[in-house]
Each structure stands twice: as C-alpha cells, then as structure tokens.
Design a protein around this ligand. Sequence first.
Ligand SMILES: [Zn+2]
Length: 346
Amino acid sequence: MRALAPEGRARDLKSIFETGSSHARLEREENKLIGAVDIGGTKIAVGMVDDDGRVLARRECPTDPERGYANALANIREMLRATAAAANTQISGIGIGSTGPLFALTGEFGDVNFFPNWKGENPVNDLANIFQVKAAMENDGDAAALGEAGWGAGRNKQRLMYVTLGTGIGTGFIADGQLYRGVDASHPEVGHHLIDPSGPPCVCGFRGCWESMAAGPAMADWLKNEAPANYPHREDLTAKRICELARAGDAWAKRAVDRETYYLGLGLANLVTIFAPDAIVLGGSIMKSADLFLDGIRKIIHESCRLVPSDRTELTLASLGEDSNLIGAARVWHHRFAGEGGPRGH
Ligand SMILES: [Zn+2]
C-alpha cells in the first residue's frame, strides 16, 4: 500500500522555483509546460505542469458561477498568464478537468449542477483561441484518472479504475492507456450506481446510489439522524471530523465509520466484479483517513467477489497529492494530443 504523498513533489519543486535556483531553471528549459485548469463547484485552480507531471506554479480563485461564465473565463485567462509568468515560460497547450456533465470531444459544458447557466459555453475553444494552442477538456474524474495512470499510482496498470471519495464520488476508467467513453463520448457515472433502493434520492434519478450512500455528506447525515439528541458533536459534523472522533474513541463516530466502510466496500466490490481491473486507485478527502476503512473494504471484496480473481486487483491510494486534479488536467492534454507532435507520450 502506498502512503499518500503528504505534500507531494510538486510542492517541493514549486518552492525551489520560487527561490529561482539554477536547478529549476534547467528543468524549465527542458520541459514544455501545459497550462492546467481544474474547474470545480467552489473553486477554479490553474497551474503550469511539466511533462513529468510536476506543478511549477499554481493559482486559484472562487468559481463564483453566479457571476457568469465570462467572469470565470477572464479569471482563468489571467491565472494562466500569471502562472506562465511565474514559471517564466510559454504555454504549450491547455488541459482542463471540470465537474460535469460536459461534452469532452466538443469542449462544451452540459447541464452542470453547480453552474447551470454555463450550459453550451465552450472553454476549450475559448482558451485555444486566446492562447493560440491546442486545448482539451475531460470530466474531472477522468482527468484525475489520467493523471494517476500517467504519472501516479496507476502507472503500468493496463486496466485502471480511479475512484475519488469526497463530497461526491467521481470515477474514471482507463484501459490500455485509453479513457473508456460511453455513447456520444459520455462519461459513465460509476459513482451513481445503485447500492440500496431504500436509500435517499439523488439528482441522478436513483434512490440510494453509491454517492448518496457513501460520499462524505452521507456519512455526516447518517450520524446526525441516528445519534441521540444529546450527542455532543452534532455541530459541524463532516466526514473528516467523524474520522477524528472515531480515532478518539467516540462510539457513534466509530459506528459511522463502520457503516461508511460497508458502503464503500459494497461499491468497490461491485467495480471489482464488473470490471476486474488490474488496480483501483483511491483518492479524495475521505481517503486521507484510509487506514480506518481499507481493511474492512478488503474483507468485503474478498468475501463478495468470488467469480473474479479479486485478489489480483490491487487496491491502492492515489499518489499525486493535493494537486492531483490539476496534474490530471494537464494529462488530459497529453492523452488527447500525444502522438500529434506533442511531448513524449509516456
Ligand atoms: Zn446519484
């Protein structure tokens, strides 16, 4: 089992860069840099990523979807310029990972829950025009999967499932180096597969999908609903806080962790049975407390997946650290354009 990289080499290199050492300047001259853009519901992060997957400079700002797409595009443009200047480089290409749904091959946003008024806007065309480089966009789960497959824990895995467990459950599936796409190049929503038909409703249409049962908010909701009225930790309950309380011996938090382990295990066991992948790479904020869950998850997979060689599916933690979405966004560019005269394709 790999440990999560606590800060990641990207951060190390960033600090080297800010001091302007000759080593960093040498790296800079040898690398072509991709402008990476990670568009989430609450924030947009931008960085310069070299062709070894290292983040050389980064900026972020609130998404502020209600201020409109043009405002967000202007912020992205300025952050790309600022990070390129900080890395003293020209942008060679632009890769975007965004919360979806989106149309990866045309570059348009679909009906995104977080910014419904951006439907039909096309950041790929807009940024390609502004910077006069090739650009590409994928769902952020797919982008992070590409990052881990190219530069992280998923290297050299032929069939790789990436799962990010946080406020939602995002996934990406990569087979033989290529992203799996559904009809019309759609992104399969593995995080919304059905776990318990008696569970709570979700925007996906199901009641009791995996995300509604096992994402961070589900963990907190369960504890709030089940714990007695005089439970002393009701305020500000989050998955992170519950994990802390469980470590401190709180009996209700431990029950919440056991329940979370059960539903994470069920969902992952389904993936093992359906895809029989070489590896499942686990990322996201909940996996910062992976040690609380992994033994239980492995037990469920072992007991539930008897028709596939489940012991051959490696369950491992993401290795790209806090910037994994940004690094994945850069990898989107490599995945789309490698072999068209871009940098080496790994
Ligand atoms: Zn759902």
